[in-house]
Design a protein around this ligand. Sequence first.
Ligand code: MSP
Length: 538
Amino acid sequence: MEAMPETPERKRFFLTTPIFYVNDAPHIGHAYTEVAADVLARWHRQAGDDTWFLTGTDEHGQKILRTATANGVAPKEWADRLVESAWKPLLGTIDISNDDFIRTTDERHETGVAKFLQKLYDDGHVYAGEFEALYCVGCEEFKPKSEIVDGEGAFAGEKVCLIHSKPLELLQEKNYFFKMSAFQDRLLALYEERPDFVQPASARNEVVAFVQQGLEDLSISRTSFDWGIPIPWDHSHVTYVWFDALLNYVTATGYGADEEQFARRWPGNHIVGKDILRFHAVIWPAMLMAAGLEVPEHVFAHGWLLVGGEKMSKSKLTGIAPNEITDTFGSDAFRYYFMRAISFGHDGSFSWEDLSARYQAELANGFGNLASRVLAMNKKYFGAVMPEAGAEEEADRAIRELASVVTAAADAAIERFAIHEAIAEVWRLVDALNGYVQEQQPWALAKDPAQQGRLATVLATATEGLRALAELLHPVTPLATAKLWEALGAEGALGRLEDQPIREAGRWGRLPAGTPQQALAVLFPRIEAQAEAEAASK
Ligand code: MSP
């Protein structure tokens, strides 16, 4: 009997953002994390991987409690207000395609956290003890020595947090502790055996050095306030907010409730800012090891958006709201700019001038203009259909081969979370196609009846190039590429853009000759100087 052909197993890809504190509205630093994760999720989804993209909000702890109290409302009411008025709307503002949104006040989360804690307690990983240390409410963390510095100005004479530049508080409490120190050797072995567990390499080195210094046990409960998940065996304590928050990644995917879903999704890939790397690369895997669960697949730490050389933040009054940018430039430009201009994994400075210059040069003149020129020529010379390619010449072959090369290179870059490299690869095709049109001069070929065949080949090649670009850039600029897809008439011939197999975008001849085309809406409209100046002065 003949063997049944095996259906290739779909790659599994579970991706998360950090869950965001709801003490304030989002700024572009938060939106940056969301967009990066969204580009990765869209790429994997379009590649056919079994993708699940989770984001959400972190709502317990002292920071939220204090903000709510200062505003005269109960913490849950405050959280509800911020989630509905600011955090969920952010997802629409920047076109985030999340599959789920978890709040740490969700019932599913609170139940899962209690189950997890009880298991650790029953298995002997938790003990009661006394503790006194300096705490940063901004970070919601007892600070390690390396992040405690002397205050300046109004805070002279006090110890302040290196990240928030705000005074630390001396906390003394009877807490429950997680025996994290017991996992030091297993963590070091993990970093050793899986060198890409923490990425990029600089982040990995930092984590290894931190753990090599020696791990202490972790205080995982609080008694001085009650805004949190009760410790299941002792309701006079609530769970430490980070212990609670980290568990969102498993409570959202069925831990303790839906084993089938959990087995399908977990382990995950975490995108985090470098300020919260230690929680994800040290505490979180130790917690999972203690519970006998798999550690994450990867933890990727990105850099900060800087303003005036410092981490942009609302508390330092340098925060910029995402819609200040999208109102003028649109969400595609927001997504493209931050993903292209900043090496993912490094810090980067935001500037209105740079955003505006890249918008004009790369999006409007580079990509947008290419699309409108090629479609206009198809209309003028072929009655708005995909022309039929004839014999391939050297220049056409170069474009075809480049499309295949950049597709593979971009996919490999995405596998390494190098989003900026993936976009730079695809942009080689944008630039090459612009050069190709310039050199082949279809408008000159059109004047010579003997060159009709050559004209069709050139425009078919350029159009096939646009088809590839629409597919490859869809994860980054979903709105513009959808307009292009429509103008190419590709939906009728090939189906929905988000269903196109991105790893095969470089394969030629997919768009059939004769496919009718539509008028192209302007992809990246000219921004009036005045609107630009207004945006920059907001
Ligand atoms: N609630 C925790 C995360 C818990 S995850 C289990 C938290 N929240 S946060 O709202 O303060 O930050 C969320 C993310 O936004 C972090 O990854 C952080 O690095 C990122 N950013 C905040 N400001 C940023 C910049 N200025 N630049 C880049 N990312 C920034 O931490």
